[in-house]
Design a protein around this ligand. Structure first.
Ligand SMILES: [Zn+2]
Ligand SMILES: [Zn+2]
Length: 353
């Protein structure tokens, strides 16, 4: 079968690889749809970041070239020895968080902080930009019939949004500012509303992404090129600032804007991969006693919460799919376009078969 594999920065190839069969504890899934993630683009344009290039990843035993693709939905077509909780014929989405299961973080239910953390679709051991994928059964999450393949392929980033809002304690009545209306920013907006936030303000310059923020229910959408975001946030929150600001933009000004927008003792959550460091003036923290933290991936419970949110149908997640492309076109129409000029693209789905 053909698989889209990462060889190095700027070098992704459609290779012929053997069709995988599930080993003990693994499932084999026929991929229906797989999304191109911002982290795939970071690997392509600025990487390698998470892909092991020369030393094999300790959990997958593999290094580059590795098959990419970690946001997907499909149908289980085979299960390996010892798999009892996933059945052939079941539709599933999957967590990407490959973990050891025994380190202190894993023991605490925080697999995303595993001492030997890997990501399915980046760290070797398979990936979803192929007709078939195999992975440990513990990564699989069953999909209800009400969740389409398209939406199922977006549960992984939605789970990231669920985790991000959890890191900031967003709940009923909260106020949130989200910088960047790309997929992760928009999923954070959806998760904030699902958690009961009263105000969800999104700052995004691209017109198509700004409209998408409105479609998924942002209460205010600002344009950072023409609006003074910090001043606008103060206006919208009675001068106080938001409970939490999420940096999903990773541009030169976004961290400062986030820090300037939070209320006293508010929280700034970085959910972005930065290809370059950014300046930070720690004195700014004195006057707000703000907390700066990060959010990486999600726990298994947060992935389940993402499935629940999608199943309510309350958020128009399918509207975030801007294009669907074939595996053959994935480099030119997917990676190249998203790496150079994403424009109004939001989520591009690859349909492997
Ligand atoms: Zn991703
Ligand atoms: Zn671990």
């Amino acid at each position: 079968m053909k698989a889209l594999q990462y060889h190095g920065r700027g070098d992704i190839r459609l290779n012929d690889v053997p069709e995988p069969e599930p080993g003990p504890g693994e499932v084999k899934v026929a991929i229906a749809a797989a999304g191109i993630c911002g982290s795939d683009i970071h690997e392509y344009r600025g990487g390698p970041i998470a892909v092991p290039m020369t030393d094999a990843h300790p959990l997958t035993g593999e290094h580059a070239p590795v098959t990419l693709g970690h946001e997907f939905a499909g149908t289980v077509v085979a299960v390996g020895e010892g798999v009892t909780d996933v059945q052939v014929g079941q539709r599933v989405a999957a967590s990407a968080v490959v973990r050891c299961g025994t380190c202190p973080s894993c023991a605490q239910g925080l697999p995303q902080l595993c001492a030997t953390l890997g990501f399915h679709g980046l760290s070797g051991g398979g990936g979803a930009f192929a007709a078939f994928d195999t992975f440990p059964a513990y990564l699989a999450h069953a999909l209800p019939d009400s969740v389409s393949d398209q939406v199922g392929a977006m549960l992984e980033p939605l789970a990231t949004g669920v985790h991000a809002v959890g890191r900031a304690g967003i709940g009923p009545g909260s106020t949130a500012l989200i910088l960047g209306g790309g997929p992760i920013g928009l999923m954070t907006a959806v998760a904030a509303q699902a958690a009961g936030a009263e105000q969800v303000i999104v700052s995004e310059p691209a017109a198509g992404r700004a409209k998408a923020a409105e479609r998924v229910g942002a209460t205010t959408v600002l344009d950072p090129r023409s609006d003074d975001v910090v001043a606008a946030v103060r206006d919208l929150t009675g001068g106080r600032g938001v409970d939490a600001a999420f940096d999903a933009a990773a541009v030169a000004t976004s961290f400062d804007t986030a820090l300037g927008s939070v209320r006293p003792r508010g929280t700034l959550v970085n959910v972005a991969v930065w290809e370059q460091p950014t300046p930070l003036n720690p004195t700014a923290l004195l006057f707000t006693e703000a907390t700066i933290t990060g959010a990486l991936a999600y726990t298994d419970a947060e992935f389940e919460r993402a499935v629940e949110i999608a199943a309510t149908g309350a958020h128009d997640l399918a509207s975030l799919v801007s294009r669907e492309i074939s595996l053959d076109d994935a480099v030119t129409e997917g990676f190249d376009r998203l790496a150079t000029d994403p424009g109004d693209d939001i989520k591009v789905l690859v349909r492997p078969s």
